[in-house]
Design a binder for this molecule. Structure first.
Ligand code: HEM
Length: 414
């Protein structure tokens, strides 16, 4: 790929994210030397990559000037042109601005408020217990990412969503089709990632149309009912926006959290002293979860579009130009975190993490994600006597949402 500055490849190339040591070394150099890097890569409209915490923070806050509208997820222009030509452009909360965004977010906002999420703690506990029990069936060795983290986080979100267990496998395939479209492991019979993506969106469409009809006819107390019957300005939500509402909740809700858990576990297993400290003192789990979510930064980036001529960190950004918010880089910025390259479940500044973004688009599900991680940790460590890496982990090749996708572990139980 032709590129004006090779360092910009770390934001573009899905493979670059799979080599975390190199990725973070390059990002550290950029934070120091070129924190607002203009990236011109073949096939991509140029963008400015923001790597400092202060700049990611500031642009996220300035939602009056920096809009999400257009393509807020980085991808080759040809992909978006293709999707646009088929009339299946994404229209999630993440793709909206201003009052349209506010009104659509309002439809589910109450569901995600801390008090409402707290009421689900009993369900999260029960699901976590189920997956800790599963360790016994797995017989002392498993892929912690695929056997525990993925199905556990999937089941939690599906339980609040209201999708029955027998459909979880379909939902998983659909999510991986959207987020992992560039990863050869998920392509199945498809040779072209774009065709795969289009087919995936078609399958989501069918599934959620049926769900909408069902929840309109038989409303329950689940989130699907809220979306199916959601109104904007007193009228039913428009079909396309409704479909994407389901998609965003179904997809954003578990891949992200499972990567936080699998990558967080990897970090913990490489530091037996911290593993032992957490096992001895479960009250560390809350901070440990924050640190895992900082450390893993499962969402790699979002884009914002300048609505007027402006500047970021002294670099002029013209109206219409776009900036990329690099969460993993911002989360390793030593202007904010003491010794940021060090994983530390007791770090006092873990709560400065910017993994969930900031401002009007701040992650709707952050309360769920945090609870899921901090619920699993003490339960798991109470059950295992020993747990260690059994082989090198494998990282997803993805430049939007990604992390440790295979984590082979060996363990003994109490
Ligand atoms: C560790 C796990 C997670 C991470 C790292 C994460 C990260 C993010 C980020 C970076 C954003 C964009 C924020 C911005 O633009 O300022 C976002 C938005 C969003 N997230 Fe999450 N997320 C996680 C878990 C979840 C969960 C569990 C759910 C749902 C149950 C969820 C649902 C959403 C939704 C609906 C939005 C769009 C909000 C809007 O645009 O108004 N996320 N998330």
């Amino acid at each position: 790929m032709l590129i004006n500055d090779e360092r910009g490849l770390i934001f573009v190339s899905p493979q670059a994210y799979a080599d975390q040591a190199n990725w973070h070394a390059v990002a550290a150099e950029l934070r120091r030397d070129a924190p607002v890097l203009r990236v011109e890569a073949e096939g991509y409209t140029p963008f400015y990559a923001l790597t400092r915490h202060a700049d990611v923070f500031e642009v996220s806050r300035r939602s009056d000037i920096f809009f999400n509208t257009r393509n807020s997820v980085l991808g080759p222009d040809a992909n978006f042109e293709f999707i646009h030509s088929l009339g299946i452009d994404p229209k999630t909360l993440i793709h909206m601005d201003g009052t349209e965004h506010r009104d659509h977010r309002h439809v589910t906002n109450d569901w995600f408020k801390p008090a409402a999420v707290k009421k689900r703690q009993g369900d999260i506990d029960a699901i976590a217990d189920e997956f800790v029990d599963k360790l016994a069936d797995l017989g002392g060795a498993c892929d912690f990412a695929q056997d525990i983290a993925v199905p556990y986080t999937l089941r939690v979100i599906m339980s609040i969503f209201g999708v029955p267990r027998e459909d979880e496998r379909t939902m998983l395939e659909l999510t991986q089709g959207i987020f992992g479209a560039a990863d050869p492991e998920y392509l199945g019979d498809f040779s072209d990632p774009l065709e795969f993506l289009t087919a995936t969106i078609g399958r989501f469409d069918e599934y959620f149309d049926a769900l909408t009809a069902d929840r309109r006819a038989h409303p329950t107390d689940d989130l699907a009912t809220v979306i199916a019957n959601g109104e904007i300005d007193g009228c039913p939500m428009e079909r396309h926006a409704r479909l994407w509402y389901y998609i965003i909740v179904a997809t954003a809700g578990h891949d992200t959290t499972s990567y936080a858990l699998s990558g967080g576990m990897e970090a913990l297993l490489r530091r037996p002293d911290q593993l032992a400290a957490l096992a001895a003192d479960p009250s560390l789990a809350t901070n440990a979860a924050e640190e895992m979510i900082r450390w893993t930064s499962p969402v790699r980036a979002f884009l914002r579009y300048a609505q007027e001529d402006t500047e970021v960190d002294g670099v002029p950004i013209a109206a219409g130009e776009r900036v990329l918010l690099s969460y993993p880089s911002a989360n390793r910025d030593d202007a904010v975190f003491v010794d940021p390259m060090h994983f530390d479940i007791t770090r006092p500044d873990a709560d400065k993490l910017i993994s969930f973004g900031l401002g009007v688009h701040y992650c709707l599900g952050s309360q769920f994600a945090r609870r899921e991680v901090r619920t699993m940790l003490p339960k798991l460590l109470a059950r295992v006597r020993t747990i260690e890496l059994a082989a090198e982990p494998e990282w997803a090749e993805a430049n939007f949402v990604g992390g440790v996708k295979h984590l082979p572990v060996r363990y003994t139980l109490r």
